[in-house]
Design a protein around this ligand. Structure first.
Ligand code: DGL
Length: 270
């Protein structure tokens, strides 16, 4: 069992922008006594279309920032950073590091019966092949079909969660994967859980969607309990949100992801 002081430290969660708030939301529901320090790089989002080198540099800076604030665990909530920069985070972190890709991969393997799994994400995530590698670590027999869906991030930020343009876009993106007998679709991007009802409709009832935010919260709960790092029950958790910019409509978009009021937002300048 870790010391009481360590157990009461917050969990550090980070993302390229506000999308990682879907992970914070899942964590708040699953682990209501845990404090959270969130970092969203709102000045430099999106990462999904940037080079690996650039993304790794950003990931290192964010990790150092959160470690310096004092956290007991780091969660890479951004699929893109998890896909290409996890090693960078692990290299500098003395605290355990979890990421959405590993959580989503485990969940996909436990859900699929057909062993035909589709993965959707940003171009950087899909090009890295990180999901395929992670899924094959748990079950090498799974067939994986990947599809980059770069238009989904701006569509979600626009709030077009149930819009004909988004539906048409999804139909187009899904054509090459739905011609295979897949029964599982991994939502490999922070923004996609907000499109769940629409994506379920387009993919059809025989396809189970894997939400990596929920999978992440489950895995975090397991790790905290197994390592004696879980916060004491009954306390009142603190939530602080660090961002690098407050762009137009930040509050509205952020609250859509978080599902509640976004209070205590602090702007950090680089
Ligand atoms: N957070 C990113 C992800 O999960 C999506 C937004 C971006 O491209 O930065 O891949």
């Amino acid at each position: 069992m870790e010391s009481e002081t360590t157990r009461q430290l917050p969990i550090g969660v980070f993302d390229s922008g506000v999308g990682g708030l879907t992970v914070v939301r899942a964590l708040m529901e699953r682990l209501p006594f845990e404090s959270i320090l969130y970092f969203g790089d709102t000045a430099r989002v999106p990462y999904g279309v940037k080079s690996v080198e650039t993304i790794c540099g950003f990931a290192r800076e964010i990790t150092e920032f959160l470690l310096q604030k004092g956290v007991k665990l780091l969660i890479i909530a951004c699929n893109t950073m998890a896909a290409v920069a996890r090693h960078v985070v692990e290299d500098v972190s003395p605290v355990p590091v979890l990421d959405v890709i590993d959580a989503g991969a485990r969940s996909a393997v436990s859900v699929t019966r057909a062993r035909y799994v589709a993965v959707i994400g940003t171009p950087a995530t899909i090009n890295s092949n990180a999901y395929a590698r992670a899924i094959h670590r748990y079950d090498p027999s799974v067939r994986i079909f990947s599809q980059a869906c770069p238009l989904f991030v701006p569509l979600v930020e626009e709030g077009w969660l149930d819009h004909p343009v988004t539906r048409l876009t999804a139909q187009e993106y899904f054509k090459p994967v739905l011609c295979h007998p897949i029964d599982t679709l991994v939502l490999g991007c922070t923004h996609y859980p907000l499109l769940k009802p629409l994506l379920q409709e387009v993919a059809g009832p025989g396809v189970q969607l894997v939400d990596s935010a929920e999978a992440m919260a489950e895995q975090t709960a397991d790790v905290l309990h197994a390592s004696g790092l879980a916060a004491m029950e009954g306390g009142s958790p603190q939530y602080v949100y660090y961002v690098t910019d407050v762009p137009l409509r930040f509050q509205t978009i952020g609250e859509r992801f978080l599902g509640r009021t976004l209070a205590d937002v602090r702007v950090v300048k680089g």
